[in-house]
Design a protein around this ligand. Structure first.
Ligand code: ADP
Length: 357
C-alpha cells in the first residue's frame, strides 16, 4: 500500500564508516526529488531523543560525497533501548511531522529501526560498517575503503620490511569477522593470515616463515584479524611478534581506528548512492522494517528480523525460540546463506595459502 510521505528523517548510528556521507546525500537528494522534505538527525538515535535536527537541502549535502566519517555524527545511545527513550524519540517524530526514517548503521541500528517501525514510524536500514559483518548482505558500506586503507598502510610497511629483512605483524579491525584481514591480507601479500572463522596453526606458520626465509624472502607481513586476540588473549599479537623476533627481526602494528576514516572509495560512493536511492523508493512504496542488502551483485530489501536471526545463526549465537517465527523454507534459506559465506571464506583462505608465500 502506498502512503504519501511529506517528510522523512535520515540518521547515522553505531560505528562510523566511509560511505555514510554518500548515503546521506543520496537519501536527501532522492527524497527531495520526489517532493519529500528531509530532516537530518544529529548523533543517531540520541538526536531523535534530544530533538537535535537539521533540515537538509540539496546544497547542504554538497561535497560530502568525498568525506569519510558522517556529517550527521554518530553516538551510541543505550537510552534508546528503554521505554522512556523510545517514547521521547517517537515524540520528536510526531512534533516534527517525521513520517519515516532511513537509519544508516549496523545490526544495533537495525534493532532500533524495528522498534521505530513497531511504534508507527516506518524505518528502513542501510548497512554501513567497515567490518562487512552483516550476514544478510554481501557488502556493507565502508568495507572497500577500509580494505584500501589497510593495503596502502601495509604497502608502506612492506617497503621497510623489505629493506631490513623484517617481519611485521599487523592487526586489523573486524570484530568477529575476518573479512578485512583475509581480503586485505591476500591483496597485500601477507605470508600468513589469521581469522576467527578458521583454525590458525601457529606452528605451521612458523615452518612456512622458516622455509620462505631460507628461500630468500626478506620482508614478511603476518595479518591478524581483531577476532584472534579476542579468542587467544588480548596480547596475542605482541606475544606472537616476540616469538617471531627470535626467528627474524619483527615488529607489531595495530591498524585500529585509522582504518575507519578516509575518503570513500568509488565502490563505497556508488553503492551508498544506489542504496540511498533504493531506500527512499521502497519507503515511498510503503515498505519498512527492511535492510537494503547486496546479494550476488543485486540490491534488494531483506526483512530486518530475518537479517538479525540469520546473523545469529551464522555466528552460532541462536537462542531458544529464535527460529520459531520462520517457515521451513526461510530456515533453509538462512542455512544456505551461512554455507555460502563460509565456503567463500574457505575458498579465499586456500588462495592465500597457495599464492602468498
Ligand atoms: P551498530 O549499529 O554499528 O551495530 P550499535 O550496536 O552501537 O552499533 O547500535 C547503534 C545504536 O542502535 C545504539 O546506540 C542504540 O541506540 C541502538 N540499538 C542497539 N541495540 C538496540 C536494541 N536491541 N533495540 C533498540 N535499539 C538498539
Amino acid at each position: 500500500m502506498e502512503k504519501k510521505f511529506r517528510k522523512i528523517a535520515v540518521l547515522t548510528s553505531g560505528g562510523d564508516a566511509p560511505g555514510m556521507n554518500p548515503a546521506v546525500r543520496a537519501v536527501t537528494r532522492k527524497a527531495l526529488e520526489e517532493g519529500v522534505e528531509v530532516i537530518g538527525v544529529l548523533g543517531g538515535y540520541k538526536g531523535l531523543i534530544e530533538n537535535t535536527l537539521v533540515p537538509l537541502s540539496p546544497r547542504s549535502v554538497s561535497n560530502i560525497i568525498t568525506n569519510g566519517g558522517t556529517m550527521l555524527y554518530s553516538e551510541r545511545c543505550p537510552e534508546f533501548k528503554t521505554e522512556e527513550g523510545m517514547a521521547a524519540a517517537i515524540e520528536t517524530c510526531r512534533k516534527n511531522n517525521i513520517d519515516a526514517i532511513v537509519a544508516i548503521g549496523g545490526d544495533g541500528t537495525f534493532r532500533g529501526a524495528t522498534d521505530l517501525t513497531r511504534r508507527g514510524i516506518p524505518t528502513i536500514g542501510i548497512p554501513a560498517t567497515i567490518d562487512n559483518d552483516i550476514t544478510a548482505t554481501d557488502y556493507t558500506l565502508g568495507y572497500d575503503t577500509a580494505m584500501n586503507t589497510v593495503i596502502s598502510l601495509v604497502d608502506d610497511l612492506r617497503d621497510t620490511c623489505e629493506s631490513h629483512a623484517r617481519c611485521n605483524v599487523v592487526e586489523v579491525m573486524g570484530r568477529d569477522c575476518g573479512c578485512i584481514a583475509l581480503n586485505a591480507g591476500i591483496a597485500s601479500g601477507a605470508v600468513a593470515i589469521a581469522i576467527p572463522e578458521l583454525p590458525f596453526d601457529e606452528e605451521a606458520m612458523f615452518e612456512k616463515i622458516k622455509s620462505v626465509k631460507a628461500a630468500g624472502k626478506r620482508g614478511m607481513i603476518v595479518m591478524i584479524s581483531e577476532g584472534i586476540p579476542a579468542i587467544k588473549g588480548g596480547d596475542y599479537c605482541e606475544k606472537l611478534t616476540a616469538r617471531l623476533n627470535e626467528l627474524l627481526e619483527s615488529r607489531f602494528s595495530r591498524l585500529a581506528h585509522i582504518v575507519r576514516g578516509g575518503s570513500p572509495s568509488l565502490r563505497d560512493r556508488l553503492t551508498a548512492t544506489e542504496m540511498g536511492v533504493l531506500a527512499v523508493e521502497l519507503l515511498l512504496k510503503g515498505e519498512s522494517n527492511v535492510v537494503i542488502c547486496e546479494i550476488d551483485g543485486k540490491l534488494q530489501p531483506v526483512e530486518i528480523n530475518f537479517a538479525l536471526i540469520l546473523d545469529r545463526m551464522y555466528k552460532n549465537k541462536l537462542k531458544d525460540g529464535d527460529l520459531d517465527m520462520f517457515s521451513a523454507e526461510q530456515i533453509d534459506e538462512m542455512r544456505a546463506v551461512c554455507a555460502k559465506r563460509k565456503a567463500e571464506i574457505e575458498r579465499l583462505y586456500q588462495i592465500a595459502r597457495d599464492v602468498c608465500k
